[in-house]
Write a protein that binds this ligand. Structure first.
Ligand SMILES: [Fe+2]
Ligand SMILES: [Fe+2]
Length: 363
């Protein structure tokens, strides 16, 4: 009897228990939504995805599907929060997903035109994301950039499953701009490691290359594009230390608490990407003042408990929950005690066109 190739759809068959967990908690596997993140909708709603629900879904997907069974081009095992008022993403501009890699697994090397970053949820010294020839260890709460058109693979040499938040500008690129996410798989599963650990960090400290004419633009089809975001790891220890210095010495922002921007290390200022900005926010001074703005905000709870009130609805959050504040809705944060949030925003897109507006509600 002639051998037939296995049907990729068959390999991706999820168990009924995984499927029901995903449906119940408004999550979908990436390979089912990647080609169609939905169309731009006028009236996105606020929403929250609880970590315990995400965790049960990612554990269940991990049991069902080894990364090696995923077809080329889809080799990322990710649970994607779906905003049911939209389509297949959390917002009209920013995509987030929770990715896992089991011990011994590799999410193979590829590159694409969409900007991406990883924010480590449950990391390990031996869980590495390899970007542009360097292995970056994924320690808890580290933020690691995967800039446009840089090769990246995720290699788990530890003995624990690692999980992190993927953040990309895919809905903006694919749906709002109707641009193509130019994509390429590497010929090798793991790209060659050509740089020592710490190389990319060292290039953007206080000592810089003496040759100022050196080309730092994006390679390949994007050559010549203005100041590229470099591959870079923002270690959490340093971010938290800076947040604490702020909290000990400065006044908080009335709407966002003690708020630190992740800068583009090449430019020395935010935004981190031309399409998305990121902040670490320490809330320890009671409820913030309400405001509203044209940008969408997606939040990940790094630590603490509390609520964010959006247009009269309380999104009650705890550690590792993900929630979204749609544009133009009045909102404020109310931590129970001290809390730290990762704030993600599409504000740079509005600012690029002089369209960003922000105000407090009239009382
Ligand atoms: Fe990727
Ligand atoms: Fe806000």
């Amino acid at each position: 009897m002639a051998q037939t190739e296995p049907d990729p759809e068959e390999l991706l068959e999820l168990s009924s228990s995984t499927r029901s967990l995903l449906n119940q908690h408004d999550l979908r596997p990436l390979w089912e939504v990647e080609e169609d993140l939905g169309t731009v909708q006028n009236d996105p709603e606020a929403g929250i995805w609880k970590w315990e629900d995400i965790q049960s879904a990612i554990d269940s997907i991990e049991e069902d599907v080894p990364i090696a069974d995923l077809p080329p081009g889809f080799q990322r095992r990710v649970a994607v929060p779906i905003n049911t008022s939209l389509g297949n993403a959390i917002s009209n501009t920013i995509y987030v997903g929770v990715q896992t890699v089991s011990p011994g697994e590799t999410a193979p090397s590829h590159r694409h035109s969409a900007n991406a970053l990883r924010f480590t949820i449950d990391g390990h010294e031996d869980m590495k994301t390899v970007v542009a020839g360097e292995e970056f260890p994924m320690r808890d709460n580290d933020l690691i950039t995967t800039p446009q058109w840089e090769w990246h693979d995720h290699v788990n040499d530890s003995d624990e499953t690692a999980a992190w938040l993927d953040v990309l500008d895919l809905p903006l690129v694919l749906d709002s701009l109707n641009a193509r996410n130019v994509f390429e798989n590497h010929e090798l599963e793991r790209q060659p490691v050509t740089k020592s650990q710490g190389y990319w960090d060292s290039q953007y400290g206080r000592a810089r290359d003496a040759d100022e004419s050196k080309d730092t633009s994006i390679p390949g089809p994007f050559e010549g594009i203005r100041e590229a975001t470099p591959p870079y790891r923002f270690g959490w220890n340093e971010m938290e230390e800076t947040l604490r210095q702020r909290a000990d010495n400065d006044e908080p922002d009335p709407h966002d608490g003690y708020s630190l921007s992740y800068v583009n290390p090449a430019a020395g200022k935010p935004p981190l990407f031309p399409t998305m900005s990121f902040r670490a926010q320490l809330l320890n001074d009671g409820a913030t003042d309400p405001h509203f703005h044209s940008a969408t905000e997606v939040y990940f709870v790094i630590d603490g408990t509390g609520a964010t009130h959006v247009d009269g609805e309380a999104l009650e959050w705890e550690k590792w929950d993900v929630f979204v504040v749609p544009p133009d809705e009045i909102h404020h944060h109310e931590p129970d005690d001290e809390a730290i949030l990762l704030g993600m925003s599409d504000r740079p897109v509005f600012e690029a066109f002089n369209l960003y507006a922000e105000a407090e509600p009239s009382s």
